[in-house]
Design a protein around this ligand. Structure first.
Ligand code: GTR
Length: 381
């Protein structure tokens, strides 16, 4: 136990000059209920304290630390307004400004159904493409998408200090964290609109922005439903014991690939995932007790489907402990890497249930690989 306490003190010191050898290997998924000092969560207040420790762990080693809410989001310029979907929806494009001296900006597209009762439940999605806007509007949801890359460009094989990192030079945040923070700034703006009910907001994204969606949902408790799609490595699937053919921590953090998405220390855990003091089930646990639905595809091998099951299983004891077992959801469809209409339909069904009180026909709590055992033996306190 003494060794354990020293070790935990070491890993949690943000100033320590750690090397990989200083991290003890953890067999199976780490226990999210175990505090850094070795004692275990026993009450819901304890869980709040442990949750704060987990935020520090994933910020220190995986994504970097995000700055506080700037509290100064405003419209910089309206860009376009019109209608969409045979005049059934209004469309607005505008630029928001925020951050130090309001020097940061991002473009936001708002699609609002004309005939749905106000205030509207809102679905936020990363990227300006507008995919799924019509489906959302037809079901009475506002759909808002935004350009997260205006705060940090999406680069491969090299890093660029993006505008957000330049504006906050004391922060060690990497791209995924910048993008997640961007979603929260768009939500700040939504809070100023009488047409929108931000107490009922959904955050979703696909692939790299699925990683940003789960991080946004983990850090910002205003997101009422969190739906990472095809997020895989660094998103909703675990790193430990990667099966053949999946994207591993070592692969994703290569300098020739996406090192710049993650904290500069994260690549040290490449081919040594077992030494990570957490795994991605901690991300799902951070969202609890709020509902979380991961949507994925069996054919999307690169995204590590069994690892997504493992993360879902590893978060379930936390949802159970908080008395909301049904809020931890997983869905797999046949096919490949995409956020398709059927994926979005599952999101809408789950949103209808959790945010609008509709009945849920399916519980989305079935293991996609029922014969694969859960890779841990600890239980909820
Ligand atoms: C891939 C990367 C994945 C995923 C994907 C995407 O190249 O390996 O982690 O993020 O890009 O965003 O499309």
């Amino acid at each position: 136990m003494t060794y354990c306490l020293c070790f935990l003190a070491l890993i949690c010191s943000p100033t320590s000059n750690t090397t990989i050898d200083q991290f003890a290997a953890i067999e199976g998924l780490p226990d999210p209920f175990l505090f850094n000092d070795g004692h275990r969560v026993a009450s819901s207040d304890d869980w709040k304290a442990r949750r704060a420790e987990i935020i520090e762990l994933i910020s220190r080693y995986e994504y970097g630390h995000v700055p506080p809410t700037p509290g100064n989001v405003a419209v910089d310029a309206p860009l376009e307004s019109g209608t969409r979907f045979a005049n059934a929806s209004t469309f607005q494009s505008l630029r928001l400004k925020f951050g130090p001296d309001q020097s940061l900006s991002t473009t936001v597209h708002l699609y609002l159904p004309k005939n749905a009762p106000r205030p509207l439940t809102v679905i936020l999605r990363f990227g300006l493409g507008g995919e799924h806007a019509q489906a959302a509007n037809e079901r009475g949801y506002a759909f808002v998408c935004f350009d997260q890359t205006s705060l940090d460009p999406d680069t491969e094989g090299h890093d660029e200090v993006g505008p957000a990192q330049a504006a906050y030079p004391d922060h060690d945040w990497a791209s995924v964290a910048v993008w997640a923070w961007c979603a929260s700034r768009v939500l700040d703006y939504m809070e100023t609109l009488t047409d929108i009910d931000t107490a009922k907001s959904v955050i979703t994204g696909h692939s790299r922005t699925g990683k940003a969606a789960i991080l946004a949902g983990a850090l910002d408790e205003r997101f009422a439903l969190v739906v990472p799609n095809g997020s895989g490595c660094g998103g909703a699937s675990t790193f430990r014991n990667p099966p053949k053919g999946v994207e591993t921590l070592e692969l994703i953090t290569r300098a020739t690939r996406f090192k710049s998405w993650f904290h500069t220390d994260f690549g040290k855990f490449g081919d040594a995932e077992e030494r990570l003091p957490f795994d991605q089930h901690f991300m799902r646990a951070l969202v609890a007790p709020r509902p979380l639905l991961s949507t994925d595809a069996y054919g999307d091998q690169w995204c590590n489907p069994p690892g997504t099951q493992a993360a879902w299983q590893g978060a379930q004891p936390v949802y159970d402990f908080l008395g909301v077992s049904a809020n931890n959801m997983i869905h797999f469809r046949e096919g490949g890497h995409d956020q398709l209409a059927p994926d979005f339909e599952v999101l809408l069904k789950v949103a209808d249930h959790f945010l609008k009180g509709a009945a849920l026909e399916t519980d989305y709590q079935h293991a996609p690989f029922p014969r694969v055992p859960a890779p841990f033996s600890w239980k909820a306190p």
